[in-house]
Design a protein around this ligand. Structure first.
Ligand code: ADP
Ligand code: MG
Length: 374
C-alpha cells in the first residue's frame, strides 16, 4: 500500500509473523523543512544521501546531530574508522547483532521513540541471556529519507535505554535505503561464566522470568485477530513496544543457572534451542506457565497459544539444578523479578507438554521461523 508521507496510517509494531506481513508503508514521514533548512550540506559531504529530493540532513550532520556523544568507557568512540574498546581484565566479550526490518519486524510508521527503545532492547536481551553486562553498541541505520523529527524521537528512545544500562554508542553506519535498524552490542562476562544454551543438564528445573504472551496478545489485537477494548490494551502494548531486557537477572544467574536463552520467538521454539544444543529433551507443565496481565482473562487455549508460540516476550528462560532452588528464589527477590518454574530437562529427547490433568498434550502452533514455508 502506498503511504502518504507524513500521515500515520497505522500504529503498531509488528514482529515477524510467518506469512503474515501485511501491506505496509515504505516511506518515512516527510522531512520537517523548518527543522532542517539550516542543515543543507556542502556537496562534498553528500554520500549515500546524494539524491535527496529536498532540504535534508547530510549523512555526517545526521550522525553528529543525533548519534554522536562523548565517549566514556570506550577509548575512542564515534568519528574514526573504528572505535577502540578495552576489555576489562579477566573478562570475555559477549557480542550479538539483531536487525529490525521495516515490514518484517515493524511497520514503517511505527512510533519512532519505542522503535529506538526496542531496537536496543532486543540486543540487550541477548546479553542478558548470556549473563553479560552491557558495555557498548554500534548502530547501522538505513533510512529512506532522514526526518529530523523522526530521528529526534528515535534517538531519545534509544539513548534513554542505553543510559539506563551504561551502554554507549561507539559507532555505526548510515545509509539511504529501506528503513532497517541493525544494532551490535558488546558486553562483558567474567571468563567462562557465560550462560550458554549447550550446558543444560538432565533434571534441571526450567524457569521463566516475568509473564508470557501479552506481547502476542497486543499484536493480535492490533491486527484485529482478537477483540480487546482499546482502553484496556495499554499494558500489553507496552510489552510489545517497549520490552524490558532482563539484564540484572542474567548477571545474577551467572553462578546459578546451567543454561539460558531469551524468549524472542516463542517459548516452544526457544526451549527447543536449549534442548538441541544440550542434546536433551524437556517437559513443560502447561498449567505452570505465567500468563501476562491481560492474557490471564482470556480462554485457556488462547493463553497457551500466546505463551508458547507468541514471540517478543524478551523474558529469560533458564535451567538450574533443583539443588539451587533457594538461590534462584533469592535472585528473584534481589532483582525484583518474578520467576516461575515451568518444567524440567529430560534425558529423553523431544519436548513434552503436560496439561493440568497430567496428560501429554499437543500444540500445533510453532515458533516463528523467517524461512519456514507457510
Ligand atoms: P567509514 O566510512 O570509515 O566507515 P563513516 O563515514 O561511515 O565511516 O562513519 C563516520 C563515523 O561515524 C564512524 O566513526 C562511524 O562509526 C560513525 N557512525 C556512522 N553512522 C553512525 C550511526 N548511525 N550511529 C553511530 N555512529 C555512526
Ligand atoms: Mg561507514
Amino acid at each position: 500500500m502506498a503511504c502518504k508521507p507524513g500521515i500515520v496510517t497505522r500504529i503498531g509494531m509488528y514482529p515477524s509473523l510467518n506469512g503474515d506481513v501485511r501491506s505496509q508503508c515504505t516511506d518515512m514521514p516527510e522531512i520537517d523543512s523548518v527543522a532542517t533548512t539550516h542543515y543543507t550540506a556542502p556537496t562534498d559531504t553528500l554520500h549515500h544521501f546524494a539524491d535527496r529530493p529536498c532540504a535534508m540532513l547530510s549523512e555526517f550532520e545526521l550522525i553528529s546531530r543525533f548519534f554522536t556523544r562523548p565517549a566514556h568507557s570506550a577509548i575512542l568512540g564515534i568519528g574514526d574508522d573504528c572505535a577502540l574498546l578495552a576489555a576489562s581484565a579477566g573478562t570475555q566479550l559477549a557480542i550479538s547483532t539483531d536487525m529490525l526490518v521495516s515490514g518484517i519486524h515493524f511497520f514503517a510508521d511505527t512510533p519512532p521513540e519505542p522503535l529506538g527503545h526496542k531496537s536496543l532492547a532486543v540486543n540487550l536481551s541477548d546479553l542478558a541471556a548470556m549473563g553479560a553486562a552491557p558495555r557498548a553498541f554500534t548502530l547501522a541505520l538505513s533510512l529512506p529519507s532522514p526526518s529530523a523529527d523522526w530521528l529526534t524521537s528515535f534517538s531519545a528512545g534509544l539513548f534513554a535505554l542505553a543510559d539506563r544500562h551504561h551502554c554507549e554508542l561507539i559507532g555505526g553506519d548510515t545509509t539511504r535505503g529501506p528503513l532497517n535498524i541493525c544494532i551490535t552490542v558488546f558486553g562483558e562476562v567474567p571468563a567462562n561464566k557465560a550462560l550458554r544454551r549447550d550446558q543444560a543438564q538432565a533434571g534441571d528445573d526450567i524457569w521463566v522470568s516475568g509473564t508470557l504472551g501479552d506481547a502476542r496478545l497486543a499484536l493480535e489485537a492490533l491486527q484485529g485477530k482478537i477483540l480487546i477494548a482499546p482502553d484496556t490494551l495499554a499494558p500489553a502494548l507496552a510489552r510489545l513496544y517497549t520490552p524490558t531486557p532482563r539484564v540484572a537477572l542474567g548477571i545474577a544467574l551467572r553462578d546459578i543457572a546451567h543454561s539460558a536463552i531469551d524468549l524472542s520467538d516463542g517459548l516452544k521454539g526457544d526451549i527447543t534451542h536449549i534442548m538441541n544444543r544440550s542434546q536433551l529433551g524437556a517437559c513443560i507443565m502447561m498449567d505452570e506457565l505465567p500468563p501476562g496481565t491481560l492474557l490471564s482473562s482470556q480462554p485457556r487455549a488462547y493463553q497457551y497459544h500466546c505463551m508458547l508460540s507468541g514471540g517478543d516476550d524478551y523474558e529469560l528462560c533458564f535451567t538450574a539444578p533443583p539443588s539451587r532452588r533457594a538461590a534462584v528464589e533469592a535472585v528473584a527477590r534481589q532483582t525484583d523479578t518474578p520467576l516461575t518454574c515451568i518444567g524440567y530437562m529430560t534425558q529423553q529427547p523431544g519436548l513434552r507438554l503436560i496439561d493440568a490433568n497430567g496428560k501429554e498434550t499437543y500444540l500445533a502452533d510453532t515458533s516463528f521461523d523467517h524461512f519456514a514455508t507457510p
